[in-house]
Design a protein around this ligand. Structure first.
Ligand code: NAI
Ligand code: MG
Length: 500
């Protein structure tokens, strides 16, 4: 075991924010490292330089974290708490995160590359918003008394699922952690949270706040480690009761297979290729604004990105011209610590290359590629300029596959039936958006789109109080809203005989 002093380092962000960064595995409320299990180096996507290395968990680290979570699950310090008391702990954590807004926003931006203005106004406050929302449910999630007549009484208890393995991606490190932790803690579970290799820093910092908030040891354990080693060890671990995963569909399928060993409960939030449909009668300014935000925000690294724009014949040319002009004006690339920046670098060189390979394949197959900011890409950083593929047909790979970058396809359609058929001809079913002034058509489309979420006259306007998730190969189960609790409790039935 290394000395505790080696498990933290002093970091300074380009805006002068300084903090002590924990580097260990957070197990049983302590930062530890497991000798021989290695570490992971995280990179600043804007400077392309290493920031620091954090401890990685191998099989021994995972075992230790799971054992801590298992112990905590039945320890009276957690098990005997009322929902109200769990809610208080969560509320305290939400407040501590708020107190650390400047530091956490700087960490998120340094590690992920997203603009500081966004980390400050959205990612960090959203963590607290989600924790508070689920803290509110912690004492408002009772079982039922079931009336079965006078000779018997029956009631249900909502009990924790148990030890939850939660595997999160790098596009919203804090937000994805909150979506997982909120409902799990609300329902009295214990957690091993595995962070993404690219963005380990913000949640390690929050781990310290979890201890400060007063959570008993082992209730929340936060580890890093590669997906293939730590992720796989968690997903297949016999002492884990539930796995919750957000990431690619391909990895989600592997996780599901691994979870089958002991029939873990499972929720998955995976990929998407969501359509955004603009009808002739739409408010064009509104459609252009949301279409841009819906695919270009967060460097296009959004599972619900509405990346397939389907535009009706009558407004197609007008829409494409306006969309390109709006993108050229709005998608300002630059230093994520600069207030003027709308789009920072992609999270990693691997992601940049992946997105660029889609752009190259589109060019090779003759798709028209428009990159308004191509001349203004910063000289360093993993940047991809915002890219619009026009007149794309449904057979093209950029139309069918998730690119996860600032890339939109635009395609033409004639009738509503045709638009709907194209929307639904996808293995994905995460989200969809429709722009029209015709109320009946808006609701028809909302009903018939094969998607977990539909936006009418907006896009990616998610809300903590509203369920989030997909159908088809976009996932299983829901996060957020009251629905988000379902994956985190088992219903037990109790039958009480009232006769002699
Ligand atoms: P990924 O799905 O492989 O990684 C997500 C998380 O899963 C990370 O914590 C990773 O360590 C873990 N993981 C990886 N392999 C695992 C395994 N065998 N067992 C258990 N856990 C494992 O995604 P990656 O490679 O970072 O990105 C590739 C593509 O995935 C992106 O281009 C994008 O299309 C998609 N993606 C989708 C996200 C979403 O929000 N739906 C988020 C991140 C990526
Ligand atoms: Mg990083």
């Amino acid at each position: 075991m290394l000395l505790a002093s080696a498990l933290e380092t002093e970091l300074t962000a380009p805006n002068g924010t300084r903090w002590t960064q924990p580097l260990g595995l957070f197990i049983d409320n302590e930062f530890v490292t497991i000798p021989g299990e290695g570490d992971i180096t995280t990179v600043n996507p804007y400077t392309e330089e290493d920031i620091c290395s954090v401890s990685a968990a191998g099989p021994a680290g995972v075992d230790r974290a799971v054992a801590a979570a298992r112990r905590a699950l039945s320890d009276p310090s957690w098990k005997q708490l009322s929902g109200t008391e769990r809610g208080h702990l969560m509320t305290r954590l939400a407040a501590l995160v708020e107190d650390n807004l400047d530091t956490l926003a700087a960490i998120e931006t340094l590690d992920n590359g997203k603009p500081l203005s966004v980390s400050r106004s959205w990612d960090v406050p959203h963590f607290s918003e989600v924790l508070r929302y689920y803290a509110g449910f912690a004492d408002k999630n009772p079982g039922q008394v079931v009336d079965v007549g006078p000779s018997k009484m029956a009631y249900t208890l909502k009990q924790p699922v148990g030890v939850c393995a939660q595997i999160i991606p790098w596009n919203y490190p804090l937000a994805m952690a909150a979506w997982k932790l909120g409902p799990a803690l609300c329902c009295g579970n214990t957690v091993v949270l595995k962070l993404a290799e690219q963005t380990p820093l913000s949640m390690l910092y929050v781990a310290r706040l979890i201890r400060e908030a007063g959570f008993p040891p082992g209730v929340v354990n936060v580890i890093n480690g590669s997906g293939a080693v730590a992720g796989a060890a968690l997903a297949s671990h016999d002492d884990v009761n539930k796995v919750a995963f957000t990431g690619s569909t391909a990895t989600g399928k592997q996780v599901m297979r691994m979870a089958a060993g002991n029939l873990k409960a499972i929720t998955l939030e995976t990929g998407g290729k969501s359509p955004l449909v603009v009808f002739d009668d739409a408010d064009m300014d509104q459609a252009v604004r949301w279409a841009h935000e819906g695919v270009m925000a967060n460097q296009g690294q959004v599972c619900t990105a509405t990346s397939r724009l389907l535009v009706q014949d009558g407004v197609y040319d007008d829409f494409v011209a306006r969309f390109k002009a709006y993108t050229a004006r709005t998608s300002v690339l630059g230093d994520p610590f600069d207030e003027a920046t709308y789009q920072g670098p992609q999270v990693s060189d691997a992601q940049r290359r992946r997105v660029q390979s889609y752009i190259a394949s589109a060019r090779d197959s003759g798709v028209a590629v428009f990159q308004p900011e191509a001349g203004a890409v910063p000289w360093r950083g993993f940047f991809v300029p915002p890219t619009v593929f026009a007149d794309v047909d449904a057979s093209s790979s950029v139309f069918r596959e998730e690119i996860f970058g600032p890339c939109a396809t635009v395609s033409r359609f004639g009738s509503e039936e045709e638009a709907l058929a194209v929307c639904n001809a996808s293995r994905y079913g995460l989200a969809g958006a429709v722009f029209t002034r015709d109320l009946a058509r808006a609701h028809r489309m909302a009903r018939d789109m094969e998607a977990g979420m539909v936006w009418v006259n907006s896009s990616n306007d998610s809300d903590v109080r509203v369920p989030f998730g997909g159908v088809k190969e976009s996932g299983l189960g829901r996060e957020l809203g009251e629905e988000g609790l379902r994956g985190y409790y088992n219903v037990k039935a109790v039958h009480v005989n009232l006769t002699g």
